[in-house]
Ligand binder design. Structure first.
Ligand code: SF4
Length: 324
């Protein structure tokens, strides 16, 4: 197996793409050769992405009461969870949160809102917040994840100073309807097209560990490759009690690292961002993700669950020899 990993890694380093079949074989690897796979993915990451890790802090800018039924989500009104519910933050509060993240060392700051889409009045307030932050902290990259959006609104956000928009495709298209029934996989693809037309950078990805197969994981990664998004968000299910997946089993840590490494083989030049589920699923192995292909992460708390303090992430990455 070592020889096979070596062959494929040589191919990737020569800028030749791996095929779906080759990637599935890698993902089907048993434990022997696993750490060699991680080291090879790390080598690919270093070759194509250098030695920097991008840290993004996110904030729940509007929480709960969502009309959609995404099975994994604590913010759906159809789920019985104990989350805090509140309307869109004021521009002043947005500014305060972005300032705190910037001063703590985040490179990017992302406003995430619950719900299928924002109202016109909410969009105006968000644009006010974004333009003030951008004026005050031009080096801080600003992102948003606001659900469905039309071209005019996406352009307004860009004009206000937004750099990037996150819209996850969540999972394999054949599996999507098992996870969400209130909108479709193609709705999500259509939104990504609009974002690109508006000239925004796009971050997209999904959640692993919802019951999909290895083949679906690989095909999902190839869809992201075809979409040619700027950043790929990798979440690993953190089952929240009261949601449709509240009782699901989590993925073993080594399985997660294997998925990360194989995605680095498929998407050698892309930013691979480790997002939700890192602390819950990787536990003491978190640092290994950054030497198995990851070059970006969410730092600080998530939308409804705890993450890692910025300082801990900065320390871990500096100990691993990354430049920040
Ligand atoms: S993931 Fe987004 S759209 Fe789906 S239920 Fe949660 S907040 Fe709503």
């Amino acid at each position: 197996m070592r020889k096979y990993i070596e062959e494929l890694s040589g191919k990737v380093l020569r800028k030749e793409p791996v095929s779906k079949e080759e990637a599935i074989r890698l993902l089907d690897l048993d434990k022997s050769g696993l750490f060699y796979l991680f080291a090879s993915a790390n080598n690919i990451r270093q070759y194509f992405r250098g030695n920097k890790v991008s840290l993004c802090a996110i904030t729940n800018a509007k929480s709960g009461n969502c009309s959609e039924d995404c099975k994994f989500c604590a913010q759906s009104a159809r789920h019985n969870t104990n989350i805090e519910i509140y309307p869109l933050l004021t521009p002043e509060e947005m500014f305060k949160r972005a300032k705190a993240a910037y001063q703590a060392g985040a490179h990017r700051f992302c406003f995430v809102t619950s719900g299928a889409k924002l109202s016109d009045a909410e969009l105006v307030n968000l644009c006010l917040g974004i333009s003030r932050i951008k004026k005050e902290f031009p080096l801080l990259k600003l992102d948003s994840s606001l659900g469905k959006i039309d071209l005019m609104r996406a352009k307004k956000l860009k004009d206000a100073g937004l750099d990037r928009y996150n819209h996850n495709i969540e999972t394999h298209p054949d599996f999507f309807s098992k996870i969400c029934t209130t909108h479709s996989f193609s709705d999500r693809l259509a939104t990504i097209e609009i974002l690109k037309k508006a000239g925004l950078e796009v971050c997209s990805g999904g959640i692993f560990g919802m019951g999909e197969t290895n083949q679906q994981r690989v095909e999902f990664a190839f869809i992201l490759k075809d979409l040619d998004v700027d950043s790929v968000a990798l979440n690993f299910l953190n089952p929240v009690s009261g949601t449709g997946l509240g009782k699901a089993a989590t993925l073993p840590a080594l399985e997660i690292l294997k998925i990360v490494a194989v995605l680095r083989f498929i998407l050698p030049e892309k930013e691979l961002r480790l997002c939700g589920g890192r602390q819950k699923n990787l536990r003491q192995l978190q640092a290994l993700a950054f030497v198995s292909g990851i070059d970006a992460a969410i730092t600080g708390d998530y939308l409804t669950t705890k993450g890692s303090p910025y300082q801990d992430d900065l320390e871990m990455l500096s100990d691993l020899g990354f430049s920040l």
